[in-house]
Each structure stands twice: as structure tokens, then as C-alpha cells.
Design a protein around this ligand. Structure first.
Ligand code: AMP
Length: 116
């Protein structure tokens, strides 16, 4: 069951602020409030899905492709394509997912050797 009052749902509705990197009607990229690397951006689809499993089960092929194509565009735009980056998602309990709205972490801007 999706919690409509989770913090990222509130960020999408602009009930709480975020530092936006890119936004359109389908997707939002914003800076993580506790960055684990020089670049730490979160990307979320603007549909009510709680994790990756939910996203892949509920979104159609076009929406899934749009999500990853837009990540590809944004990482290029911010210069991470040349130096590399890590794309991570925590899915559910054992992954210690904190916020129950599907999101991917984009980490980069430095060597990520010491970052899990
Ligand atoms: P996860 O453990 O994958 O659910 O990660 C949740 C992430 O959301 C963590 O890296 C938090 O630092 C980040 N976070 C929590 N609240 C906010 C917020 N208000 N704005 C930006 N990032 C947030």
C-alpha cells in the first residue's frame, strides 16, 4: 500500500522544499539532503509507487524507458558521463529503504571506492 504522505510525495506536491536539479510532469531530480558523495541526486517518478518492484509492476514500458532515458540525459548534462557514476536503489526491508516512494540514488563527482 502506497503512503500518500511519505516525504517524497510531499516533495512532489511542493509541500516541503527540495533542491531541484531537473523536473517535468513525469519525473523529479533533486539533491539528497544528506549527501554520501560530492554528487548525490535522487530521482523519482511522479507516480505513486513504493519501490522498484512496484514501479516495474505498475508502470508501462514507455514510462520505464522514459525514467531511464531521462537519467541518461541528466547525468550527461551534469557531466557525470565522462567520470562515471553509481545508480542505486534500496528495495524494501532488507535494503533498509527509508522512504517508501521509489527512488534511485545517483552518486558521483568523486571516486566512490570508500562509499557503499
Ligand atoms: P533510502 O534509504 O534509499 O530510502 O534513501 C532515502 C534517502 O532520502 C536518504 O539518502 C536521505 O538522505 C534522503 N532524504 C530524506 N529526506 C529527504 C529530503 N527531505 N530531501 C532530500 N533527501 C532526503
Amino acid at each position: 500500500m502506497y503512503d500518500v504522505n511519505n516525504i517524497f510525495a510531499k516533495i512532489i506536491r511542493k509541500e516541503i522544499p527540495s533542491t531541484i536539479v531537473y523536473e517535468d510532469e513525469k519525473i523529479l531530480f533533486f539533491h539528497d539532503i544528506t549527501p554520501q558523495a560530492k554528487v548525490h541526486i535522487l530521482v523519482i517518478p511522479k507516480i505513486p509507487v513504493k519501490d522498484l518492484t512496484d514501479f516495474l509492476n505498475q508502470a508501462d514500458e514507455i514510462a520505464v524507458k522514459y525514467f531511464f532515458d531521462k537519467i541518461n540525459e541528466v547525468v550527461k548534462e551534469i557531466g557525470l558521463t565522462k567520470t562515471g557514476f553509481r545508480l542505486v536503489t534500496n528495495n524494501g526491508l532488507d535494503a533498509n529503504q527509508e522512504v517508501p516512494h521509489f527512488h534511485m540514488h545517483i552518486l558521483g563527482g568523486e571516486n566512490l571506492n570508500s562509499i557503499r
